[in-house]
Every structure is written in structure tokens, then in C-alpha cells.
Design a protein around this ligand. Structure first.
Ligand code: PAF
Length: 282
């Protein structure tokens, strides 16, 4: 497995693969890799002969009071983990490589509408940072396929929108959320949880699955369902940012006949902000 930090090395290697008519899949990450990321690499390999995993803690998607400085940077461990997968290359660029004109002068990519609610409302500017960096990674790597996790449901919708809207010749694939035995979605930020919080955290997914059952049983009193889920999580110690039932396709408010729903949640537990979701197809 190759490890490259520069644009020149990346371009040289990817050009060689393309000369041999090999397709390239990109798995963008911020590192601190866990089994959820490794599953995305496996999925990427099903769609392309070559897999590149980018590792870049993107400064522009963190708010001023967020955890950019504290975000775990674990390149050596990530390398060891990726050696056990089908990844062909780690691309771990510097900030200057990704933002050659500097952060202040960087051209921004922004998706309206879809980014206004949920994580976009609680983390202003976050999605502009995500779309800006992913557009840059797409321009550098020029992949045929890019793979993102379903755990960041809103993010993958936003990135699909960006890719389609800009006519980028890249297929976006979404990989299922990987969970621990208790149902907690794997996330780099789970490392912020104390032991006690780790015991509480699975209630997030438990509440989502209960909700999925209620919706499948025909309940359509969405406001009531949301309110009772928020009360349940709050009484267990979560500080809920949002818990919402929406149309799976576009996050709009569903009507009673909608048969393709997603339930989205973001909640703080101690230092960790956890997000999760469940798609409910009726
Ligand atoms: O999901 C993430 O880890 C990040 O938002 C991404 C897509 C790698 C962009 O920095």
C-alpha cells in the first residue's frame, strides 16, 4: 500500500492506473479509522480496481468552538489498519496541498437548501467546509466512484446533490452504518465518551429502532413520536440537538402517505456529539 502526501505523486500514480484502464474509488476520511471506515474500503473495492483512502482533518468544516485541535490524528495506526484491507493508497495531503491559495482565499463550494437544517443549523458553515473539501479531493484524485457512510445521512445527500448538480462524472455510493454489539454507531468521536456514557450511548439507536417499529405499525403522529423520543433521550442524560422524522430522499417534512422515511438524531452526551439515523421503508 502506497502512502502519498503530495499532489505530484498522487497524479503520477493515478495516471498510471488509468493508463491500465483501472477504475479508482475514493474513500474520503478524516482518519482515526475504525471498522466502519474499513467496511467502506471493502465496499469501494467492489466498485473499482483501485482504492484510495484520503486522510485529511479538514479545518474548514469545524466551527470555532469545535474539536479541530482535539480531533484524533492517528496516521501510523491508520496505516496499520489499512494494510489489512484492499486499499491501494493512502492520500494524506497537507493543508497547503488541499488549499493552495490558503484558507482565506479558498474558493468555496456550497449547497443551499439541504444544508440549512439539522447538522447545518447546529453547526453553521459545517457543510460548506465538507462540500468545499470533497470537491477539492474529487479534483485532485479524479475518482470514478466515491464512498461515504450512511451514518452521516445528511452529508451523503448533500454530496450526492453537489456531484449531480456539478455534473461530476463520479458515482456516489453509500455504505451501511457499522455498529458495536450494543448498537452504537461506530464513530471517531466515540473516543470522547466516558465508560458510563458508553453504557448510555446505545439508547440512541434503541430509540431509533423503536421509532422505526412505530412507523411500520402505521403511526403517523410524527410530532408526538418526536417529542416522546426527545423526552426519553433527555431523561437518560442526552442533550438532544434534533430528533426528526423526514422524507428519506430530500429531508423534507413528510405527509402521512410518505412510505420512504428517515429518522435523524443528533445528541450530545458529555463531550461527544453523536449522530445516527434509520431509514424506514414502509
Ligand atoms: O465524513 C467525514 O469524515 C468528512 O466529513 C469528510 C467527508 C471526509 C470530509 O472531510
Amino acid at each position: 500500500m502506497l502512502v502519498t502526501h503530495t499532489k505530484d505523486e498522487l497524479v503520477e500514480q493515478t495516471a498510471d492506473w488509468r493508463r491500465h484502464e483501472e477504475h479508482i474509488a475514493l474513500v474520503p476520511t478524516m482518519g482515526n479509522l475504525h471498522a466502519g471506515h474499513l467496511a467502506l474500503v471493502d465496499l469501494a473495492r467492489e466498485h473499482a480496481e483501485r482504492v484510495i483512502v484520503s486522510i485529511f482533518v479538514n479545518p474548514t468544516q469545524f466551527g470555532v468552538d469545535e474539536d479541530f485541535d482535539a480531533y484524533p490524528r492517528t496516521l501510523e495506526r491508520d496505516k496499520r489498519r489499512l494494510k489489512t484491507t484492499a486499499a491501494d493508497m493512502i492520500f494524506a495531503p497537507s493543508v497547503d496541498t488541499v488549499y493552495p491559495f490558503g484558507l482565506e482565499m479558498a474558493t468555496k463550494v456550497s449547497v443551499p437548501g439541504l444544508t440549512e437544517n439539522f447538522c447545518g443549523a447546529t453547526r453553521p458553515g459545517h457543510f460548506d467546509g465538507v462540500t468545499t473539501v470533497v470537491a477539492r479531493l474529487f479534483a485532485l484524485v479524479q475518482p470514478d466512484v466515491a464512498v461515504f457512510g450512511q451514518k452521516d445521512y445528511q452529508q451523503q445527500l448533500v454530496l450526492r446533490h453537489m456531484t449531480q448538480d456539478m455534473n461530476l462524472p463520479i458515482s456516489i455510493i453509500t455504505g451501511e452504518t457499522v455498529r458495536n454489539e450494543q448498537g452504537l454507531a461506530l464513530s471517531s468521536r466515540n473516543s470522547y465518551l466516558t465508560e458510563e456514557e458508553r453504557a448510555t450511548a446505545p439508547l440512541l439507536y434503541e430509540t431509533l429502532t423503536t421509532m422505526s417499529g412505530e412507523l411500520k405499525n402505521g403511526r403517523r403522529d410524527f410530532d408526538q413520536l418526536e417529542a416522546s423520543a426527545i423526552a426519553r433521550l433527555s431523561s437518560a442524560g442526552f442533550d438532544v440537538d434534533y430528533f426528526s422524522i423526514r422524507r428519506a430522499q430530500n429531508l423534507e417534512v413528510p405527509d402521512r402517505d410518505c412510505d420512504d422515511l428517515v429518522v435523524l438524531v443528533a445528541a450530545r452526551l458529555g463531550e461527544a456529539r453523536l449522530i445516527d439515523n434509520i431509514v424506514v421503508t414502509i
